[in-house]
Ligand binder design. Structure first.
Ligand code: ZN
Length: 97
């Protein structure tokens, strides 16, 4: 049996995966989720800083892509944006303004 060594990805690969995930989200949501988890794994394995965009668009609990009005609902309350995941119900709070 051939052993396949996993290739280490760098920061530009992570950005590319995030861009591809967003592009794929309109047509193929499972593919978008796969690319998002690949980007997340690359950050953890390569000890890279997780880009802010990835922290915002990925659900912390179940790992799916959060797209406002499609896979997440967004409410604006008292200077905070509250993103609620459509598949697990987890919430994220962001300050704005
Ligand atoms: Zn979730």
């Amino acid at each position: 049996m051939r052993v396949v060594k996993k290739q280490k990805l760098n920061g530009s690969d992570v950005r590319r995966l995030i861009t591809e995930a967003i592009a794929a989200s309109t047509l193929d949501l499972p593919l978008a989720n796969t690319k998002l988890s690949q980007a997340w794994d690359a950050c953890l394995r390569g000890n890279l800083k997780v880009p802010k965009l990835l922290r915002v668009i990925r659900c912390k609990k179940c790992g799916v892509l959060l797209m406002p009005a499609r896979t997440a609902s967004v409410r604006l309350i008292e200077g905070r944006a509250i993103w609620r995941c459509g598949s697990c119900g987890a919430e994220k709070h962001f300050r704005y303004a």
